[in-house]
Write a protein that binds this ligand. Structure first.
Ligand code: B12
Ligand code: SF4
Ligand code: SF4
Length: 229
């Protein structure tokens, strides 16, 4: 099939956004790619989920797959975003691909977000309850305005309860102590974190309506504990 000529992707923005939304995905913001940042590409659209918006789509997709899908969310994202990319002459890039692409830095550029004390970027609407599922890379440049700096909810948070809710104090200003967290999750005492999700993340009083449902959090925790993601 003939390769489409590079075109300004924002000219088709409404179509791209609609194609993503049909799969529970949100266009999170455009950013310019610096020279050679990803060879051959000049602009990109960051793609993510708001709350658990992708979950019904992942479940439906899984119903048509063999029982032993190793990484359900990543494989669904790959199938879904590669199809959208093909329809728009783009290339899809993913947060799980190695070497890792700097998705959080891209989010800072595209959305102006700042990190919470947990390291997870804090969104003014979705709080800690969002994630990046990929980016659509385009060959042509497009006009990109710097993102308006959103309110950083952590600035006005009294007491910062996220920092004191972890039973093994895995979070500190020095970063995330992955070993302490894993040790707890692998112990029977980690039952609450395994079934209902990370207690530190759930201690955040912001964006409660966007919190992932317990079964979604349990899914993520099981993959996290088993080192599968
Ligand atoms: C490896 C990895 C981990 C490792 C190590 C994390 C680490 N801090 O080094 C482990 C397994 C411990 C982990 C845990 C978690 N992770 Co993680 N992880 C990644 C992954 C796949 C690669 C990170 C990386 O090395 N990137 C490459 C470097 C070059 O890019 P970078 O943007 O500069 O990455 C750096 C920043 O993320 C930086 N960082 C952290 N916070 C901030 C904030 C700002 C403003 C900046 C500039 C940088 C920064 O640390 C990274 C390493 O230096 C990313 C996806 C991705 N491709 O980025 C997800 C990602 C960062 N993780 C994510 C999440 C949600 C988690 C968990 C909550 C668990 C989970 N799976 O739900 C925990 C949180 C623990 C924590 N605070 O670190 C999300 C964050 C979403 C968000 N809202 O910000 C990401 C973006 C995945 C996604 N699909 O959305 N993770
Ligand atoms: S509890 Fe407070 S400081 Fe922690 S992530 Fe939520 S808003 Fe930010
Ligand atoms: S999952 Fe549990 S042990 Fe791990 S950081 Fe969160 S609260 Fe702490």
């Amino acid at each position: 099939m003939a390769r489409p000529e590079p075109y300004d992707p924002r000219g088709r923005e409404a179509e791209i956004v609609a194609a993503l939304a049909a799969q529970g995905l949100a266009a999170r913001g455009w950013f310019a790619l610096d020279d050679g940042e990803v060879a051959g590409f000049r602009s990109a659209l960051l793609v993510g989920q708001a709350g658990a918006s992708i979950w019904p789509h992942v479940r439906r997709w899984l119903d048509s797959q063999p029982a032993d899908v190793a990484h359900p969310i990543d494989q669904w994202a790959s199938a879904t975003l590669n199809a959208v990319a093909a329809a728009f002459g783009a290339r899809a890039a993913f947060p799980f691909e190695r070497p890792y692409l700097p998705f959080q830095r891209w989010a800072v550029r595209a959305e102006g977000l700042r990190p919470s004390p947990l390291g997870i970027l804090m969104h003014p609407v979705y709080g800690l309850w969002h994630a990046y599922r990929g980016a659509l890379l385009f060959e042509a440049e497009t006009a990109v305005e710097p993102p308006a700096e959103p309110v950083h909810l952590c600035d006005s948070c009294v007491g910062k309860p996220c920092l004191s809710a972890c039973p093994v104090e895995a979070w500190s200003p020095g970063g995330f102590n992955r070993e302490a967290c894993m040790g707890h999750l692998q112990d029977v005492r980690g039952y609450r974190c395994m079934s209902g999700g990370c207690m530190a993340r759930n201690a955040c009083p912001e964006a409660v309506a966007w919190r992932y449902p317990p079964e979604v959090q349990a899914h993520h925790q099981a993959y996290f504990r088993d080192g599968r993601r």
